[in-house]
Design a protein around this ligand. Sequence first.
Ligand code: NIG
Ligand code: FE
Length: 385
Amino acid sequence: MRKRVIKGLKGVFNGEEFLEGVDVLIEGDIIVDIGENLSAEDEIILEGKVLYPKFVDPHTHLLYAGDRFDEFKMKLEGFDYLEILKSGGGIYSTVNKTKSASEDEVISQTLNRIKVLKDFGVGVVEIKTGYGVDFDEEIRQLRLINRLKENLNDVLIFSTLLFHVKPKDRDFDAYISDFFNRFEEYEGWVDFVDVFADEGAFNYEETERILKFYTERGIKCRLHADEFKPFGSELAGKYKCISADHLLNPSEKGLKLMAENGVIAILCPITGFFLRKGFAPYEMIKSLGLEIALASDHNPGTSPFLNPFITLFLAVYSLGMKPKEVFMSHTYTAAKSLGLKDIGKIDVGYKAMVFAMDYTPEEWAYYGDLKPVIKFPLDGDKIQP
Ligand code: NIG
Ligand code: FE
């Protein structure tokens, strides 16, 4: 198979640390060597650049129609996110817009968002349903995510069935029975299940029933936990979820249970920033020994930005993480939270999903550049999961 070598680099951030002055040898789409003075028939000269693994975004709500700019203006006037949700707006407003949009419209709006992510160096995206609520609409959205998955070959997509909010017109039992009774109909389209375990969404008992059902059937779960009220992190530990995400107001008990059960903490700093609700207690999470990944949480209500460098920037300056650690959290650990074993690092045997920029992680945090990605001929290489 054709070999290519990337040369002239200032160095490589390999997903964990910075390696100075090395070349990277690629065969097909696999990294086969990293070291000094490597050679191959094809040379890609990236003079003075730093090579990074592509970003992995392990928590997004990218599939929806329209926006919530009207509510943003209400929030600027002082309305609270949960007040708007409880009065039937918020998530419900995006549910209505998405339901009434055609499949092609939803796909085309989502593709536009994916294109922006790709231009910023993102190579893997987890996409949640959740703007359907009713069984049929949730399954339609799941199918659309799978359509994207099958048709995009330069970005890897994961699909998550998200129990986001309850319908207004039925109780929990009536609502959930379709999902439980008809599991076989959609099982093949689900990589993960997630529940918004919080005030205004699913309570402790409801979340537990959902987690129990799916984990017993071998589905890995993620959880929206402790964004407003702290009870999700405990359940994430108890059911050994692959991740518990947000954790703006976590309980120490919940975090300890997560640590004991290897649950990854996925932090989404744009969300707390955008809602003006502060940030996850990074020091406490770190001191309890949890692994930390970063995500955009892109959605029209609490995190409309698409630029991963904003996440990284807030992680350094508001969460208090170190520059290398933020890049590791948005590449290596984020990939791990999706169960990926050959993506998220620049190392022998890993997929050559990489981008370049002018800076080392520390230089980037110093210069504060929010659009530093440099594309080169590897972009567009076919990815086989
Ligand atoms: O992760 N918290 C729940 N879900 C999203 C918000 C979705 C929305 O407001 O549309 C979140 O913040
Ligand atoms: Fe979310």
